[in-house]
Design a protein around this ligand. Sequence first.
Ligand code: ADP
Ligand code: TRP
Length: 324
Amino acid sequence: MISLSGIKPTSTPHVGNHLGMIEPAIALQDQYDCRYFIADYHAMTTVHDAAKMREYSHGIAAYFLAFGLDPKKCIFYRQSDLPQVCELAWILSCVTNMGLLERAHAWKAAKDRGTAGEECHGLFAYPVLMAADILIHDSDIVPVGKDQVQHVEMTRDMAERFNFTFGETFHLPQAKFNETMATIPGLDGRKMSKSYGNTINLMYAPKQLKKQIMSIVTDSTPIDQPKEYETCNVYNLYKLFATPEQCAELAEKYRTPGFGYGHAKLALYDLLMEKTEKPRQIYNDYMAHPDTLEDVLRDGAARARVKMDEVLNRARKAVGYRVN
Ligand code: ADP
Ligand code: TRP
């Protein structure tokens, strides 16, 4: 069974990415044939700076390796190292109605903002490239956060339409997401997202990480009064990383007058620093040795290519092109 997923190198991953996609995807590496990639073609819709593209791509690679992705068990590659996916995206484009793409969340959001006319064609066509990413591996499951489920459903629509027109060619994938991690809250309680500027980034330098945590929005209950923990952003973020015993302990402190939100934030900071001590070393080490990252990605691309060429040829044959 094949598990496939990708993540855009548009910044260093935040806790929403970490718990919504990265950790669940890595956890499948012993059970599935996992193929994970850095979606740098997708990042082109917003990243228009070559140095940043390289830096963020290396950042994602180092992050996955630091949090336990084993490049011997998984196929881990960078999307732009294998441009065959763009050919498949074109083929799929020609069996995809504009109406389907107009229903995509990201496009609808651009229309609601009134910016659709200034968006690049890449943003509109994004779900087609994503479908190509998925179908080119005969993927069975796609571990992603909840907001990506619509794209996996659109992928199934495109595959069905193609299969109906040209004969059975593509395997239909299924999105896999964890309901409890569906929407991780950010510093202000809204969905954690780069675009809201409300993120916590585990691999930030300790000082920066502390600054993010200290800016979590809380209510104004005075320090000498007991506090609600269930509705507190700090507690809700703490809970995602702590053991049940640690949670119970912190909840008890919330009920104790004299315990302020500043104390709770420090408890969260200490917990995150403790949890990330080892990954942080590995991450920094990889970031200091980009050649090692390049070797891992080169090896991943060579292994990914085998299946991708096979599926692309299947599609080429189905539409009447020469098989390469
Ligand atoms: P952002 O919203 O910050 O731009 P991306 O769209 O790049 O994040 O998301 C990358 C992956 O992380 C996707 O699989 C997405 O579903 C998941 N993800 C992003 N934010 C969250 C969140 N707050 N909670 C759960 N999963 C998330
Ligand atoms: N669209 C995904 C995101 O914004 C990234 C992505 C691109 C992806 N291609 C994919 C995820 C294929 C899963 C499968 O996070």
